[in-house]
Design a binder for this molecule. Structure first.
Ligand code: G3P
Length: 218
């Protein structure tokens, strides 16, 4: 399973990268705005800075919503670095843009996926990744995990090469359940990644080991 971090915060990206467990980064316009990154040049420079930290898989989202502009914007983003994956929403022009960018060898991440039909279209268009938003479905009282399970089954039925990138992961159980369901990738905030470390028996056990070691020194 690949781990991506879902943030545009460079310190958090560095922290996850330093742990040696990071496979990529996902951003979106809301996450960029949260870091105060606005304006085309600043946004492009910020993607460049992220690419300097991680080894691969930096999702950069297009703002355009019509086919031609999406393709142009996708190409501009892809030129920043080979690590860029162009993130495109699942709308009709988006599907066309994914097909066109895929034909040119540019990797894409089809975002804002909320049902299996959308994910089938994205895979047919050749998206490298598809991003079902687990937490936002849960917010609406519809079980997000069921969508992940459906996608694993459907993509397996037809050997689609598109990877399932579980997104909008809010807590540790989301991440663990996605792993059980067979999602290829989980993207989540740093606190979910570091939260996987927590267990009181680990903390107590370590405290006792160190106390016993120190007793032996006297
Ligand atoms: O990767 C998508 C993610 O950023 C959405 O997360 O928590 O805003 O639903 P959230």
């Amino acid at each position: 399973m690949k781990f991506f971090i879902d943030t545009a915060n460079l310190d958090e990206i560095r922290e996850a990268q330093d742990m040696g467990i990071l496979d990529g980064v996902t951003t979106n316009p809301s996450l960029m705005a949260k870091e105060g990154i606005t304006g085309e040049k600043n946004i492009l420079d910020h993607y460049k800075a992220i690419c300097e930290i991680v080894d691969d898989n930096v999702s950069a989202e297009v703002i355009a919503t019509d086919y031609k502009k999406m393709v142009d914007e996708g190409k501009t983003l892809a030129k920043i670095d080979d690590k860029i994956v162009v993130k495109i929403p699942i709308i009709k022009d988006g599907v066309k843009a994914i097909s066109a960018l895929t034909a040119e060898g540019i990797r894409t991440n089809c975002t804002l996926i909320f049902n299996a039909g959308q994910a089938i279209l994205a895979a047919k268009a050749g998206a490298s990744y598809v991003s079902p938003f687990l937490g936002r479905l849960d917010d609406m009282g519809s079980e997000g995990l069921v969508l992940i399970e459906q996608l694993v089954q459907i993509y397996d039925n037809y050997a689609f090469e598109t990877e399932i990138l579980a997104a909008s992961i809010r807590h540790n159980m989301h991440l663990i359940q996605c792993a059980e369901a067979g999602a290829d990738v989980a993207t989540c905030p740093l606190k979910v990644i570091t939260g996987l470390l927590n267990h009181p028996l680990t903390e107590n056990g370590l405290e006792k080991f160190l106390a016993d070691y120190n007793k032996g020194k006297n």
